[in-house]
Design a protein around this ligand. Structure first.
Ligand code: ATP
Ligand code: MG
Length: 350
């Protein structure tokens, strides 16, 4: 006769390919029910953006169907973002803090940040996006929002909300085109206030768009919030790669784990579907393998990405078949998977 125990034993043979442990010992299997030859259960993933979702579901189904008595399997896929220690600051709770940085300016950090945040929110995660580029805040334009809502309660300051995520940028507080000149301590307290004084609530992913380089903002952020990790954006050109390597060195010095490297503006998709490597090939991947860092993927050089940034309509909002939207979404899911892996490793150490 088919029992819950037999089902669980079968599922002990199914590995999470990222976490290298079986689904049962990872505590991902919930609500097992057996009714005659019918089995149902829930698989609770560590992120709604899991890139291996359908593989895990398939493997689990096959494992249960390998029991001769089982004829029908119903699997409910769910997700609960896990972390060994969520950071709670002033009633705001952040499960994963992910900074997006680069050495060189203009390589696409803000573009990647916006699309990454949005893709995670589209998958069902609770997401906040902080524009920490206090010298050149571009997020307002990229999302088509220019102000915070009115603070009627007088409590924590409400954030701008768009496409299901919360957003803060210094751009909401200063007039268009005004330059911002900050000195170290002022800048540090600004970063702290962005985190503590605003109503972020409970977030699965807090995405922070950094200014270029290896300076004060990076330092302040890493001193204010323990980061799950950093995502490094580069373009294929050697000068960008050189600067990305410097950014890698900086995060290592600050003891911030690196989730991976994204190569942006990798290639142009030609009208016949072929790819033209405008700035050369393999730079980002080579840097990743040289430094032992995960390569998160390539994003095409695409006028739709650029225009999307200009008109406040990020490319992941385009339909699912759009190649640039797909590339962004794949990178986002890889980032989520890497964050889950880092959290799992940290748990192992703790
Ligand atoms: N893959 C892409 N295809 C086309 N245009 C892109 C792509 N990525 C970014 N852009 C455009 O390039 C410009 C620079 O991108 P973005 O502002 O994201 O870079 P950044 O690294 O954040 O810059 P900064 O260092 O100034 O903060 C923007 O106009 C953006 O729309
Ligand atoms: Mg930027």
């Amino acid at each position: 006769m088919l029992t819950n125990e037999a089902v669980l034993n079968a599922l002990r043979n199914v590995m999470d390919p990222d976490l290298h442990q079986d689904l049962v010992s990872l505590g991902m299997i919930k609500d097992v029910k057996v009714d005659g030859d019918k089995v149902s259960f829930t698989i609770e993933l560590t992120t709604p953006s899991c890139p291996l979702k359908s593989k895990i579901e398939n493997d689990a189904r096959q494992a249960v169907l390998s029991l001769t008595e089982a004829k029908e399997v119903e699997i409910n896929m769910s997700a609960q973002v896990r972390t060994p220690k969520a950071v709670t600051i002033d009633q705001n709770q952040f499960k994963h803090v992910i900074a997006v940085g680069s050495g060189k300016g203009g390589v696409g950090k803000s573009t990647v940040s916006v699309n990454l945040a949005l893709a995670l929110a589209q998958d069902g995660a609770k997401v906040g996006l902080l524009d920490a580029d206090i010298y050149g805040p571009n997020i307002p334009r990229m999302l088509g929002i220019d102000r915070l809502p009115e603070n009627v309660t007088g409590g924590k300051i409400p954030l701008a909300e768009i496409h299901g995520m919360k957003v803060m940028s210094i751009g909401f507080l200063v007039q268009n085109g005004q330059p911002l000149i900050w000195r170290g301590p002022m800048l540090h307290s600004a970063i702290q206030q962005f985190i503590t004084d605003f109503d972020w609530g409970d977030l699965d992913y807090f995405i922070v768009d950094l200014p270029p380089g290896t300076g004060d903002v990076q330092l302040s952020l890493s001193q204010t919030l323990p980061l799950t990790g950093a995502v490094i954006v580069t373009t294929p050109q050697q000068v960008a790669i050189d600067d990305a390597a410097r950014a890698v060195g900086m995060f290592e010095k600050l003891e911030v784990p690196i989730l991976g490297i994204v190569e942006n503006m990798s290639y142009l998709i030609m009208s016949d579907g072929s790819k033209l490597a405008v700035f050369g090939t393999g730079g980002g991947e080579h840097l990743a393998s040289r430094t032992g860092i995960t390569f998160l993927g390539r994003i095409p050089l695409d006028p739709e990405i650029g225009q999307g940034g200009d008109i406040g309509s990020p490319v992941v909002l385009l339909d699912e078949t759009n190649p640039s939207a797909q590339a962004m979404r794949e990178v986002a899911r890889k980032v989520a998977a890497e964050a889950s892996i880092k959290a799992h490793e940290a748990k192992g150490q703790g």
